[in-house]
Write a protein that binds this ligand. Structure first.
Ligand code: ZN
Length: 312
């Protein structure tokens, strides 16, 4: 098997280059080597640059290509060592041998198929970031992944078929609407199509942190309301404002638990709690009457505070 072309080298980017870096490298090189600019001699180079960009700018294709390179490097390393043994690895019943062969044929040209050899290959993985609001409600993510499909030309009947190289299968992009269920955990992996996977990351939220299915936030309460008790209006993660009762004599740091106002459990749908930690503040502005009243309250008390605690 021939080594796959080094698309990273062709585009003059590192293997870790992000989409923006790849795009800008491609633009620069395409401008430089465009046959209209630098003549017929650069046509081959221009084609190569376009080919590299087509693969590296498409996440599923790039994942496949990276895997192919790793496989090639592994095989080279292992075949040089003693006691080398090839390993076949199936992912959820997906026949990796067929998939690998198709890509080897794509990259190594005709006549070099190594279909009888076994090889290791892992499923391609995509990643998506969802908001905490989307965790609450669930959402749908459109995603295009490579799928193994029966050859549309020969349907697996022609060993000389040019479209599939006689393998009877081709790899084609397919669009899926991936359902992200409510309550999904950060780092959860969903299966897409026959063999692709989608890793779901949950973005942090400026107002709420997540503890399993509970939502935790800090809420400001004015000192008079905390002293006498009352009601405050708060905006939950999703939906209209809700009224929260503040009991009389609420201290700084008290946690108010609103049952069933948290995130839904992914399996049972049962919602966790909303935990609001009270932060006390004086009402603004501080007027002369406030001063007088607080002095009166102060005069009623011997307690001056002064206990020290390590910060949490
Ligand atoms: Zn075919």
């Amino acid at each position: 098997m021939a080594a796959p072309k080094d698309y990273y080298k062709i585009l003059e980017v590192s293997e870790n280059a992000d989409a923006a870096a790849i795009k800008s490298a491609y633009r620069k090189l395409a401008r430089k080597y465009h046959p209209d600019v630098s003549g017929k001699a650069s046509e081959g180079r221009f084609k190569e640059i376009n080919e590299a960009y087509e693969v590296l700018s498409n996440p599923p294709k790039r994942a496949e290509y990276d895997q192919l390179r790793r496989n090639f490097a592994n095989r080279k390393a292992r075949s040089q060592g003693p006691g080398y043994q090839r390993v076949s690895h199936d992912w959820d019943g997906f026949n990796v041998e067929d998939f690998g062969s198709i890509f080897e044929d794509l990259f190594s040209g005709p006549g070099q198929s190594t279909r009888t050899q076994q090889r290791t290959r892992s499923a391609p993985e995509e990643a998506v970031t969802v908001t905490l609001e989307q965790v609450m409600t669930g959402t749908t993510i459109p995603l295009t992944v490579s799928q193994v499909k029966p050859c549309p030309v020969c349907h697996g009947t022609d060993p000389d078929c040019a479209r599939c190289g006689g393998l009877g299968q081709v790899i084609e992009p397919q669009r899926f609407d991936v359902k992200i269920p409510p309550g999904i955990e950060d780092g959860a992996v969903l299966r897409v199509g026959e063999h692709a996977r989608l890793r779901v990351q949950v973005a942090s939220n400026p107002r709420f942190s997540r503890q399993h299915n509970d939502l935790v936030g800090r809420v400001m309460v004015s000192v008079p309301v905390a002293a006498t008790g009352g009601e405050i209006s708060v905006a939950p993660l999703v939906g209209d404002h809700i009224t929260v009762k503040i009991p009389a004599h609420t201290n700084q740091g008290k946690v108010l638990r609103l049952r069933g106002m948290g995130l839904p459990d992914r399996t049972t749908g049962k919602r966790g709690d909303l935990l609001l930690e009270v932060t006390l503040r004086f009402p603004e502005p501080f007027v002369a009457d406030d001063d007088r009243l607080y002095r009166e309250i102060s005069a009623l008390h011997q307690e001056t505070g002064g206990d020290i605690h390590a910060p949490r």
